[in-house]
Design a protein around this ligand. Structure first.
Ligand code: DGL
Length: 255
């Protein structure tokens, strides 16, 4: 039986979901969070949907054996391929996924030019195609950023390498987008570089805050919101001191 004191498990392919974790903590400081990043297998974005699904189910199985009252899949890629399977397998657990914040961008710029930057898997999955059907007026460009997740996983979120990679990816869109949706939870960590390249004319959106608000609402509705003293535990399949140190550093960043 889920109890208020139970943990909120947060899962991502690596350190990216920490951009969601920090929003969750802001929104629900009294909760006990258990974050697991599967950096040993990251990036997920270039793998087959079957592989991503298997890895996600394996990680979630481990997490849900540990007094967890709710699960946040803080990975657009894993949500796109595995959320249905997870809900089927764990019908009694509150399961929240994340999807590119297209709605926020399209509500703001209904007939605008919107870019979605995400992993190859997310861009190809049916889930995104369905989402796009809801905003027929928006002119949407799908933008992949090969190598970016790997770079962030290696501890690099700023400087020449990130700038060079993003300059190349975003060059065709400079001055042409009303909005860019950061459709991968790793990308908020390079938001300042993206903003510098695209300039003030392009507004940036990500789904972290909305996912946190939705999670809070689900817990409230289930009578499971914990408003006492919270805690945060971060674990990673790499298990090294370096990745954990980097993870806690990301949790403290504001970009
Ligand atoms: N952070 C993940 C996402 O939101 C995917 C990164 C990856 O492993 O490729 O899509």
């Amino acid at each position: 039986m889920a109890s208020k004191e139970g943990k909120i498990a947060v899962f991502d392919s690596g350190v990216g979901g920490i951009s969601v974790l920090r929003e969750l903590v802001k929104c629900m400081p009294g909760e006990n969070f258990l974050y697991f990043g599967d950096s040993a297998n990251a990036p997920y974005g270039g793998k087959s949907p079957e592989e991503v699904c298997d890895l996600t189910i394996q990680a979630v199985h481990m997490l849900l054996s540990r007094d967890v009252k709710a699960l946040v899949v803080a990975c657009n890629t894993a949500t796109a391929v595995a959320i249905g399977r997870l809900r089927e397998q764990y019908p009694d657990t509150i399961i929240i996924g994340i999807e590119p914040a297209l709605k926020l961008a399209a509500d703001r710029y209904p007939a605008g030019k919107i870019g979605i930057m995400a992993t190859k898997v997310t861009l190809k999955e049916e889930k995104l195609a369905h989402q796009l059907e809801r905003f027929p007026q928006a002119d949407v460009a799908r933008i992949a950023a090969p190598g970016l997740v790997k770079l962030i996983e290696s501890g690099v979120t700023e400087g020449a390498q990130v700038e060079e990679l993003l300059n190349k990816v975003l060059a065709p869109y400079v001055g042409k987008l009303d909005a860019l949706v950061l459709g991968c939870t790793h990308y908020p960590f390079v938001k300042p570089v993206v903003a510098k390249i695209l300039g003030e004319k392009t507004e940036l959106f990500d789904g972290g805050e909305g996912t946190a608000r939705h999670t809070r609402k689900c817990l409230e509705q289930a009578g499971l919101l914990n408003e006492t003293d919270g805690s945060i535990t971060i674990e990673n399949s790499l298990g090294t001191a370096k990745i954990l140190e980097f993870s806690y550093k990301l949790l403290d960043t504001n970009s």
